[in-house]
Ligand binder design. Structure first.
Ligand SMILES: [Zn+2]
Length: 420
């Protein structure tokens, strides 16, 4: 997890700004009196910071509708259009781009294809062009864009902005963040795509009130984002959460996984695992139509196909039981295209989970299915930037975005600090 910055004047300023900004966000609308009471900051500090926020258009004032006599209080609320972030979910053959406001609400999204081989320099070119086109199509001034977040599957060193390994792109040690920063002159953050979904849920979704939760994604592969104490847990090399390769079946004829091992969860419960069990053949990369047909057959009562989904759901239940025994999460969010199978997977999963979960007799675990389309993955990538603005500036190094970046953005021609 992130280290902490040590005390100096700049940090104190960043902290006070962050406290006030987050109180306004948290309350939606809050008076200056309430800000003073909740922040415990001196009135002069609040007046100065609120004044800076107002002058930069980061917040706005409005009068309360009703009051019990006297002057109606003035409420402060965030202006979500004071800044924007761009999120990109990168695939091997294209990308989904989302432009989000400060509430992480998508105001524009688009899909772009990448033709030919996914060589890093070609992908960077394609991403650069796509970002410029989308920002322009969304009528967002470039100087209001805070930065770019990118989510992709694989082993990602997010602190250094390097894609260590991506099977779908065939990349090793690609300095993606630096290459994009060079092209776009904006801060760029990258992370594993499942982690980006978890970050979005942590700050703007179902994980807001949970310091410890898990984000499970089902589909072509099986992914896991782990949030502990409000922070993403990445492990020592960014490889934490390879949940899909947890061994579930130790029998000699267990299905072979893409990783080469036998009996991995992914070999049984991912879209390709389910298809392979049904057809006996490797379904290759493009499985969407085939899995759709299989779901229909199961829903129409094809018992043989239903059994395959039940086995997949059971495997998910066992794996999740092991996981919850380790992490004791407040809840498990479940997303990804694999959810199209719905109760075919979820019912056996819910039934099997308590059979293998320690303490299940005393407390049940909350499983929360989430709708995730391509744009929600891109929104997750965008949240990488917003997370830096919203979290306490006591964490991270000097390169993290802080409220000051939003303020300076309001002044034309401002120098934006870049990740060094
Ligand atoms: Zn595997």
């Amino acid at each position: 997890m992130a280290g902490t910055r040590t005390g100096h004047k700049r940090l104190l300023r960043d902290l006070n700004q962050s406290i006030i900004f987050n109180l306004i966000v948290e309350h939606g609308a809050i008076s200056r009196t309430d800000l003073a009471r909740r922040s415990q900051l001196p009135a002069a500090t609040i007046t100065r910071i609120v004044g800076e926020f107002l002058a930069a258009g980061l917040i706005s004032e409005k009068l309360a509708e009703e009051s019990s006599g006297g002057r109606p209080p003035v409420f402060l609320s965030i202006n979500p259009n004071a800044g924007y972030v761009v999120g990109i979910k990168l695939r091997e053959d294209g990308m989904t781009i989302a432009i989000c406001d400060l509430n992480c609400t998508i105001i524009f999204s688009a899909d772009e294809q990448i033709t030919g081989e996914a060589m890093p320099h070609r992908v960077v070119e394609a991403m650069t062009g796509a970002v410029k086109r989308c920002v322009s199509a969304a009528s967002v001034p470039m100087n209001k864009v805070l930065g770019i977040g990118v989510g992709l599957s694989g082993l990602i060193d997010s602190a250094r902005g390097i894609c260590r390994y991506s099977a779908i792109l065939g990349w090793r040690d690609v300095e993606l963040a630096a290459a994009l920063e060079f092209k776009l002159h904006l801060p760029v953050r990258i992370d594993n795509d499942v982690n980006t979904l978890a970050v979005a849920e942590r700050y703007f979704g179902a994980g807001r009130d949970a310091a410890n939760f898990l984000m499970l994604t089902l589909g072509r592969g099986i992914g896991l984002g782990i949030v502990i104490g409000g922070e993403i847990y990445r492990g020592s090399s960014g490889g934490a959460g390879e949940f899909g390769h947890m061994t579930i079946d130790t029998s000699a004829d267990a299905p072979v996984c893409n990783c080469g091992k036998r009996g991995c969860l992914e070999a049984i419960a991912s879209d390709y695992g389910i298809l392979k069990a049904a057809t006996g053949a490797d379904p290759g990369h493009h499985v969407e139509d085939a899995i759709g047909t299989l779901i229909e057959r199961a829903q129409q009562g094809d018992e043989e196909v239903r059994t395959i989904f039940t086995r997949a759901g059971d495997a998910l239940g066992i794996a999740l039981a092991n996981l919850t025994n380790l992490f004791d999460p407040a809840r498990v969010l479940i997303g990804g295209k694999g959810l199209r199978a719905g109760e075919l997977l979820l019912e056996p999963m819910r039934a099997t989970l308590p059979l293998h979960r320690f303490g299940a007799a005393y407390e049940s675990i909350e499983l929360v299915p989430q709708t995730t389309d391509d744009a929600s993955w891109a929104r997750g990538a965008a949240s990488l930037l917003l997370r830096e603005v919203f979290r306490s500036p006591i964490y991270e190094g000097d390169e993290a975005l802080v409220i000051d970046d939003l303020l300076s953005q309001a002044n034309a021609g401002s120098q934006r600090r870049r990740k060094g």
